[in-house]
Design a protein around this ligand. Structure first.
Ligand code: ZN
Ligand code: ZN
Length: 63
């Protein structure tokens, strides 16, 4: 378990990543554009990533 003191790459307790729709690169939510191809990462994409994370988080808690 990780509370408070987890690594920046820890995706367990908070949504932290959004995948680039063009190249599939894993970008941190704080980035404004894909680090690999430069595609802008929109708020809509980030919202969708957060919702997806919440679904996965629920599934984790149920199992
Ligand atoms: Zn964590
Ligand atoms: Zn990209």
């Amino acid at each position: 378990m990780c509370f408070g003191s987890c690594r920046v790459t820890c995706d367990n307790c908070k949504p932290k990543f959004v995948y680039c729709p063009d190249c599939g690169h894993k970008n941190m939510l704080v980035f404004k554009a894909c680090k690999r191809c430069g595609k802008p990462l929109t708020e809509e994409m980030k919202d969708a990533a957060i919702r997806d994370w919440e679904e996965r988080s629920k599934a984790r808690n149920e199992s």
